[in-house]
Structures are given as C-alpha cells and as structure tokens.
Design a protein. Structure first.
Ligand SMILES: [Zn+2]
Length: 439
C-alpha cells in the first residue's frame, strides 16, 4: 500500500495534542481545565483515575456510572500499587471521584479526540466507511459480503444463516463451519461471538479471521481439517449491527458501545441470568452499562439466547465452549462476573479449576492476563454468566489489544488487524479442542 500511515503512537499523541488545541479557543484563560473547579472541563472528558488500591475502591470507581475504558491488569488477588482506571466522565462525576479521595486527571476532551481520530491519515474519506487509514475494518455490509463469500467459496463446509434481527431490523448472521455442514452431526459444538460492543471493531475482524482461517485452511492444513471434521463451529461476527453502523456511518467515530434501542442498552448487561442482581450494571438509561428495562429486553440478546437454546438437542446443550471477544485490556476471563467468589451456586471448585486451567492455557499463547470476570468489580447480566449459568457452556471473554489506553484503544489503525487477530489463533484452537474434552 502506497499511502502514508503514521505510527499508532504518533496518531494517539497527535490526537491528544489536537484535543487540547481545539478546546482552548473556546475557553477563557481562567477556565482552563482545573481539577478542582471542574467548570472548564469538557462535557465528557477522558480521565486517568489513581488511588484505588482495594476491592472496595475498585468497585467504587467501576460502579460510579462513568464509562470505564480500561480494566487494569492488577486484579483483586494481586498486590501492588493498585489500579489505574481510564474513564470517560462528566465534570460532575470527576468531582465526585475527587471528593472520594481519588486523583482524577483530565487527559483529553472525548468529543474532540473522537473527531481528531476520525480524520484517519488524512486521505479521501468514503461515505459510510471507516476513515482513511482504517479502511480494512469491515462495515456491517462488508462483513455480510465477507461471510457470504466464505460460504460460496466453501459450500461443503460453510453455511450462513441469521440468528435474528437487531432493533433496527438488520440480520445478525451466523456461519456454521463443519464437514457435512448441512447435517446436524453428533459432534461437539463451539461458538465464537464478536462485536457486541459497537466501538470494539477489532473484535469483528477477529471473528472474520476465524471463519476465513477455518474455511480457507481446510484443504491444505491437516490440523484445521481435523478440527472442522470433528466439531461444529459457529461464529457470530457482529452481534450489534445497529451500533456498529452508527459508530461509523456519520463520518466521525461516535465511541458508541450499546445497541440502538432508545438511549441504548448495554447488551452485555442484559442477559437473562442474574440480571441486575448485584450492582454490576446501571439502571440509568444514559449510562454506558445500562442493563435495559428488563432481562433480555434487547432483540440482539434475545437472538443470542434463542440461538443457544436452539442448540439443546434431546435435553443436552450441544455447544460446549465459547469465546466472546471484546476490546481492550488484553485479558482472558471466565465466569462468574456477578460474584467475586471463585466458587458459587452453579460453580463447583472442580469447575472453577477447569475454567482457570483452560483460561491460563489460552493466555499462555497470546500473552493476555488470565483472571475471573469479577476480578476488578462485579458485572451482572453478561453473556458469559448466562452461557455458563443457564446453558452450561464453558464460556470465556477475551479483551483484545491494546493492554491500555484511552480512545486509541478502541480505534487502532488497520495495520493492527492482522497481527492482533493472528495473536489469538492458538487460543482459538485450544478452545475448539477443549470443546471435545470438557464434560
Ligand atoms: Zn466490550
């Protein structure tokens, strides 16, 4: 490719610098962002929060209603200086955290940084597409084309269907990959799901890589052939079509997480298991972790749940293992999220140990940090808790590249797609194999 591309770090630095430059003319000298006044801070600022050193404080920050971008690597079981949070917050939320004793430093104007990042590398922008320099990311329609191509190129082992429709009526496609793909054979089934949170575009690319790898590799790679012949692999690349479209369509990244129903529901807090049970989601429709008005109120969640239920044959769940991909923080996580106990109702010591073992095996291959979902603070109504708690599927959540950061964490340039999705090939294979070994 001939067009010039700035290095990732430079883009992030430029974005941060530009944000301040843009913000300045609108503010009087006395109204410069001031940690104490909060007055001149942007409507939504990016902040770094320091000073949380124990579980109670992780919960206080994580459940304060702010948009937590980055989970720190230091879980509750680690000793050390505590956790650094990157959050998006209003000046009022920042002030509240300060009054609770945390150091809360403004690092940028969220809206200005999104605007700056949306320019890409400054080339020609196509309407409805990712910015110049990010074009290799797939829009919803490009993903539909890609999944259909996998089927038409490999009709004997790939079959596309829809698990249901989004709030705005878009299909949520699933691709099944197996030998004798038209038949429901008695083989362990595996599920991969991606891009539930709209702005986490790298995850859609992850699922696209999985289905292309298992279809294109079938003819020549004996290891892939063995997996495809002995498993039924289901992949849902985009669980939130409306949100994904919305995040890109206007020509400016929206930093959008939720679905597009009313003010948006965080579908990963809307699943019908321990929904809203434990302070691990918000009842405020404006919050980024809004759980919705009732369990499974989001059509996208209903579609996933219905699909999982449809794989119960003769009273037995056929799907044995699952990964839901998110960004970012570089983590491999397992249930439960609703409780910070390792062992709980629906999770024996033996099961917890098996989750830890498989999780660590996968983390050994991609360099992510393995931990329980609740290691920082509880979350309720998540897909992983539902798939394990209700369906007894060995369900994991990955937080992909990068390990930390602000807005750039959601929008790495498209050069990162290849290395950062390939990074998970071995972990994916471990899970596919594990599906045949777990009870
Ligand atoms: Zn996510």
């Amino acid at each position: 490719m001939s067009r010039k591309r700035r290095a990732f770090g430079v883009v992030a630095a430029a974005a941060a610098g530009a944000a301040l430059l843009i913000a300045q003319p609108a503010l009087s000298a006395s109204a410069q962002p001031n940690p104490d006044s909060g007055q001149a801070a942007p409507a939504r600022g990016l902040y770094k929060v320091l000073g949380a050193t124990n579980t109670e404080q992780y919960r206080q920050v994580g459940q304060s209603g702010v948009d937590v971008l980055n989970h720190s690597h230091l879980g509750r079981k680690a000793s050390g200086p505590g956790v650094e949070f990157d959050i998006v917050a209003t000046p009022e939320q920042a002030a509240t955290l300060r009054s609770q004793g945390y150091t809360v430093n403004l690092t940028g104007d969220w809206a200005a940084m999104l605007k700056e990042r949306s320019k890409g590398d400054g080339g020609q922008r196509l309407a409805g597409d990712f910015p110049p320099g990010d074009e290799k990311y797939h829009t919803y329609q490009e993903m539909v084309d890609e999944i259909n191509k996998a089927q038409s190129d490999h009709p004997d082992i790939a079959k596309v269907s829809s698990i249901g429709k989004s709030h705005e009526g878009r299909d949520i496609p699933v691709i099944k990959i197996s030998d004798n793909v038209a038949q429901d054979e008695n083989e362990p089934e595996v599920l991969f799901t991606c891009n539930m949170h709209a702005r986490e575009h790298l995850t859609g690319e992850m699922c696209i890589r999985i289905f292309n790898r298992f279809t294109d590799g079938y003819a020549n790679d004996p290891a892939i052939k063995d997996m495809v012949d002995n498993r039924e692999i289901y992949i849902v690349p985009m669980q939130n079509p409306d949100g994904i479209e919305f995040d890109v369509a206007s020509g400016e990244y929206q930093g959008w997480r939720k679905n597009r129903q009313d003010q948006g529901t965080d579908t990963n807090r809307n699943f019908d298991f321990k929904w809203g049970c434990c302070g691990g989601s918000s009842g405020n429709p404006g919050a980024e972790d809004y759980r919705g008005p009732s369990a499974a109120s989001a059509p996208e969640v209903q579609a996933i749940q219905k699909f999982a239920e449809s794989r119960v044959v003769d009273g037995k769940q056929q799907i044995k293992a699952h990964v839901d991909f998110h960004t970012f923080s570089e983590l491999v996580m397992w249930p439960f999220g609703w409780t910070d106990n390792d062992v709980a109702e629906g999770m024996t010591q033996e099961e917890a140990t098996r989750f830890q073992t498989i999780g660590k095996q996968m983390a050994d291959t991609n360099g992510y940090t393995p931990q329980q979902l609740s290691d920082l603070y509880p979350t309720d109504g998540t897909i992983c808790d539902y798939l394990w708690g209700k369906q007894r599927i060995w369900s994991f959540a990955f937080e992909m590249y990068p390990s930390g950061g602000g807005i750039d964490g959601f929008y790495p340039p498209d050069e990162k797609i290849e290395p950062e999705t390939a990074r998970n090939d071995k972990a994916v294979d471990i899970l596919v194999k594990a599906a045949g070994e777990v009870p």
